[in-house]
Design a protein around this ligand. Sequence first.
Ligand code: C5P
Length: 313
Amino acid sequence: MQAYSLIAPAKINLYLEIIGDRPDGFHELVMILQSLELADRLDIQQGDNQNIQLYCDHPQVPTDETNLAYRAARLMCDTFPEVYANYGGVKIRIQKNIPVAAGLAGGSGNAAAVLVGIDLIWQLGLTRPELEDLAAKLGSDIPFCISGGTAIATGRGEKLDQLPPLDNIWVVLAKYKNLSISTPWAYKAYRQQYGDSYSNQAGIKSRTAKVHSNPLVKAVTHKDSQEIGKLIHNDLEKVVLPLYPQVAELKSAFAEGDVLGTMMSGSGPTVFALCESQEQAIALERQVRTKIGDPQLEFWVTKLSSNGIQIEP
Ligand code: C5P
């Protein structure tokens, strides 16, 4: 029986700019997305019946159709009904290392791994664009999670343009265990406050076309970590930080340390700091842990990664 172990990395945004409304109710975005070494592991194999069986070692992760990984398996069954009938269901085990509901695309990465895993066990031979099209049906950042690394993402976040790999920067992540922020709420609040400044269709086209001259893209291309740290940007901070002072204080605490830059990840509540070395990252974690002194605050030290979904040998 075919079985695969897959590694599904976490993701941060180095850049997130909201440039307009879309007819589908989503937002037009300009982003730079980045994979991390921090990753979940998924074991995927043929099931012993026609069901999708999902197991996870983390009590907060649902194992029904509310889990994106389950929905990814369902999408594969619906898209390839004859292959599904022939092979039967799938059994998926998720080993969670990425913090849950953190703004680090943990669920999206799991869904990407399920698409790649089922493609392998059913021997479908799907191309990267075919996998990305399926991924975009499940969520805006799932196509990125397949290839990972460093990429410009435009449109809803699903149109990707790969950048040269960036893996020489260390990252400290921090998140309050008891805090979660709704992504739809963050985008809705942004629209309410800043919708007046959104570009029209022509403006969206020209801003999207100009993305390659974005100074952060140049800094990434030149692997200039000092410049990268200075230029990271996230529009959603404008609505989240004023309403969640804990997140704002966490960012300020990181900014006092020896960092290249610090920012909220996605719609939060995780805050990350970029550091030049592992030593600096570990020292920063200690400094912020001591300064804030809240047992609810959890930390992870990791590194940028050039990998998307990886098959474990
Ligand atoms: O696509 P995904 O399910 O990850 O998006 C989560 C939510 O984030 C959406 O329901 C929407 O409210 C918001 N969003 C958006 N525009 C995007 C991506 C996400 O408004 N381009």
